[in-house]
Design a protein around this ligand. Structure first.
Ligand code: G3D
Ligand code: MG
Length: 209
């Protein structure tokens, strides 16, 4: 059976309520009406497959269902995440201040080597801006992560942000595979359309091409 992707990356959207996480996800994902809601843990995810270096990368992007309001994001949400988009709203100072809290939350629950990126969303609302781009950049530098201002509404930088995060994860993974070999490298998954996953398909997709 033809393989539909070479890599599967699990990504998360994190940040205060109403910063625009769900809108960002709807803007980026392939099909606004096709999401999988796991009600038992209150999460939602969407899929989009992109191509990087001639490899098909299936992005499984998880979104909270409002529980961020109570900062009750559970360990289950973070488990296996390879990339995290930290989102604040440039018209809401408090959502920017809370980024530090979210980073602590990530440090506590997520894998140590998860790739992070910070987004200052709603950059279309210049006249309501409370957080300068400069402050966003400074905070990102402080934490050694990448930063972009986005607008889910005006479709600014949303594609760029996910492609950048995916590229960084892939680069990190490729470095890991180079140094440890595939059997020791954790945090990636390769499987066929039928769900099969094997070293053979790994070598076929990564080494011989
Ligand atoms: P959340 O998932 O982080 O809680 P939502 O946030 O995606 O539900 O968005 C919260 C509100 O912000 C929504 O407004 C949404 O339309 C608005 N929003 C999201 N992204 C942008 C953006 O880039 N620009 C502007 N101007 N608004 C945005 P409502 O009024 O529908 O609640
Ligand atoms: Mg939401």
């Amino acid at each position: 059976m033809a393989k539909t992707y070479d890599y599967l990356f699990k990504l998360l959207l994190i940040g205060d309520s109403a910063v625009g996480k769900t809108c960002i996800l709807f803007r980026f994902s392939e099909d606004a009406f096709n999401s999988t809601f796991i009600s038992t843990i209150g999460i939602d995810f969407k899929i989009r497959t992109i191509e990087l270096d001639e490899k098909k990368i299936k992005l499984q992007i998880w979104d909270t269902a409002g529980q961020e309001r109570f900062r009750t994001i559970t360990t289950a949400y973070y488990r296996g995440a390879m990339g995290i988009m930290l989102v604040y709203d440039i018209t809401n100072e408090k959502s920017f201040d809370n980024i530090r809290t979210w980073i602590r939350n990530i440090e506590e629950h997520a894998s140590k080597d998860v790739e992070k990126m910070m987004l200052g969303n709603k950059c279309d609302l210049q006249d309501r801006r409370q957080v300068s781009k400069d402050r966003g950049e400074q905070l990102a530098i402080e934490h050694g992560i990448k930063f972009m201002e986005t607008s889910a509404k005006a479709s600014i930088n949303v594609e760029e942000a996910f492609f950048t995060l995916a590229r960084d994860i892939k680069a990190k993974m490729d470095r890991k595979i180079d140094s440890t070999g595939p059997s020791k490298s954790a945090g990636y998954q390769l499987s066929g359309k039928d769900g099969s996953s094997s070293k053979k398909s790994f070598w076929k997709s990564c080494t011989l091409l």
